[in-house]
Design a protein around this ligand. Structure first.
Ligand code: GLN
Length: 538
């Protein structure tokens, strides 16, 4: 007998309607009523995980504590709920097939023909219920990637149908997120695409229980009635999701529309009054009422696509709110940055963040940005590749090691100050083979990071193959680039700081993956504070 309740979020009419934000907002409301909630994303692509995807394809690859390379929606789940996710929270079609094929090779299907139904659907149902069966959650929300009617998502939809039948309607709820387009020529909102999308879902045997309708204009009572009647849902299950100025408004908008109450009622869960959103609302208030402004440059090569640096941008929002400061992030394309234009491009900045990345494209621009920050005492945070660029810049321009580089960029560099990790040297496969997930780091006394974290040992998430080459450590330290964070087991350099600089920190790990509304990341909070100090002194 299942005690966990399952909520499925499907999408219709169009992609990019924000299923992840709706799922996270509903989860937030349920969590704020005392329920233990987690969110899972099912992705219909054949890649085993998004780790091998170019950021232009799919935005940022988000990394969990257990080292899973996942969809960026998991970042929203963690930022909203402040509860860590894991590999079990993101499943792709590739992973499902891989697992079924491995079972077939082991002879586990006892001579049967292996088919989409039941073998693939059974695997999907198992993956959905793993989180529920752990006993850690009262409610599991599963977001089905893609749009209803896509060939790729059919096995997922069929699995939802079966689970609804097996577990009963009182334990399963289907929320369908759809678009109500506004035709300006007619001056009207149109319901027909939603009717068709609900019908497509019904052809697969699923009746949507709740409709969440993305819209640019408010839905009239008449329109709600029409949607309810033609889509076969209760009128209070037609939820308006009006465009919001920030994703952090969506939980309150859903609260006003009663998405949480209709959910509880349909799942037979106790409705104990209103959710407690005090600290969430304090955050939103601080975010919307800044007392000062700073401009921070984000130097990267995927800047055309905002989603590529999603967690970094969100971390600035959390850190800005913590400081009651509005952070304007100015994206600067590293590929077009060089010695001749760096000063003019960076002149107006109050701090700079050099972003993570892979490969050679744009790295000379990043090195120029580091140099400018170092020489002009501009607050600087380098993340992963950004930290590696800081080490290269210092080696070249302070130590005088001409053509110092990472062996990722130049295998024949005379000074490989960043080099492939020993454990990586025998690895040939690309997928899931980096140094991933949470690793410990010990902080040195008299460092910025020690002051910032207010502790001596931290755990941060990683995603890299190359590392600071310890053979150069003595020289670099003697010249003023201090090592202030070390992995205690392997001696891997995790953090560097410039002694004679107000705020210059390079980290091999990704602090942005751990910043949440409830716990803004201390490094980002401190960087924004340093930016404010710099700004005031200008
Ligand atoms: N390309 C670098 C490495 O693999 C940095 C990775 C990153 O920035 N995530 O070490």
């Amino acid at each position: 007998m299942s005690t966990t309740k399952y909520i499925f979020v499907t999408g219709g009419v169009s992609s990019s309607l924000g299923k992840g934000i709706i799922a996270a907002s509903l989860a937030k409301l349920l969590q704020a009523r005392g329920y233990r909630v987690t969110i899972q994303k099912l992705d219909p692509y054949i890649n085993v995980d998004p780790g091998t995807l170019n950021p232009y394809e799919h935005g940022e690859c988000y990394v969990t504590d257990d080292g899973a390379e996942t969809d960026l929606d998991l970042g929203h789940y963690e930022r909203f709920l402040n509860v860590p996710t894991s590999q079990a929270n993101n499943v792709t079609t590739g992973r499902i097939y891989q697992s079924v094929i491995e079972k077939e090779r082991r002879g586990e299907f006892l001579g049967k023909t292996v088919q989409v139904v039941p073998h693939i659907t059974n695997e999907i149902k198992e993956r959905i219920q793993i989180l529920g069966k752990s006993g850690d959650y009262d409610i599991v929300i599963t977001e089905i990637g893609g749009t209803v009617g896509d060939i790729e998502s059919l096995p997922y939809i069929e699995s939802v149908r079966q689970l609804k039948w097996e577990l009963g309607n009182q334990n399963c709820l289907v929320i369908h997120l759809t678009l109500i387009p506004y035709l300006s020529a007619a001056g009207e909102l149109k319901t027909k695409p939603t009717q068709h999308s609900v019908k497509t879902l019904m052809e697969s045997g699923i009746q949507a229980d709740v409709l969440v309708c993305r819209t640019e204009h408010h839905l009239s009572e008449e329109l709600r009635h029409k949607l309810a009647l033609f889509c076969n849902v209760n009128k209070d299950a037609v939820i308006e999701s009006i465009d919001a100025s920030t994703i952090y408004d969506v939980p309150n908008l859903m609260l006003e529309e009663g998405l949480d109450t209709v959910t509880l009622q349909k799942l037979g869960l106790e409705d104990s009054g209103s959710p407690s959103l005090t600290s969430w609302n304090e955050f939103v208030k601080r975010y919307k009422n800044p007392k000062a402004h700073v401009t921070i440059g984000l130097i990267g090569k995927y800047v055309e696509l905002q989603d590529s640096y999603k967690s970094i941008l969100e971390s600035f929002i959390h850190a800005g709110a913590a400081n009651e400061v509005k952070v304007k992030v100015e994206s600067i394309h590293s590929e077009f940055l060089d010695g001749s234009n760096v000063a003019s491009q960076m002149k107006g900045l109050d701090a700079v963040l050099v972003a993570p990345g892979f490969g050679e494209r744009g790295i000379e621009g990043k090195i120029e940005a580091v140099r400018y920050a170092r020489e002009n005492k501009l607050p600087f945070l380098g993340i992963c590749l950004g930290m590696q660029m800081a080490v290269i810049e210092y080696s070249r321009n302070v130590l005088g090691l001409k053509d110092a580089n990472s062996t990722e960029m130049n295998e024949n560099t005379p000074f490989p100050v960043i080099d492939l990790m020993e454990a990586q040297k025998t690895i040939t496969e690309k997928g899931g083979t980096m140094r991933l997930g949470a690793w410990a780091c010990e902080l040195t006394d008299n460092s910025i990071v020690k002051q910032v974290y207010k502790t001596t040992r931290i755990d941060e998430r990683h995603r890299h193959r190359f590392e600071y080459n310890n053979a150069y450590r003595d020289q670099l330290e003697a010249a003023g680039l201090k090592t202030t964070g070390i992995n205690p087991e392997t001696n891997l350099v995790e953090i560097v700081e410039i002694e004679d600089h107000p705020w210059f920190v390079g980290v091999q790990y990704h602090p942005e993956y751990k910043s949440t509304v409830a716990n803004p990341h201390p490094l980002f909070v401190s960087l924004v504070a340093a930016a404010l100090t710099y700004c005031k002194a200008k």
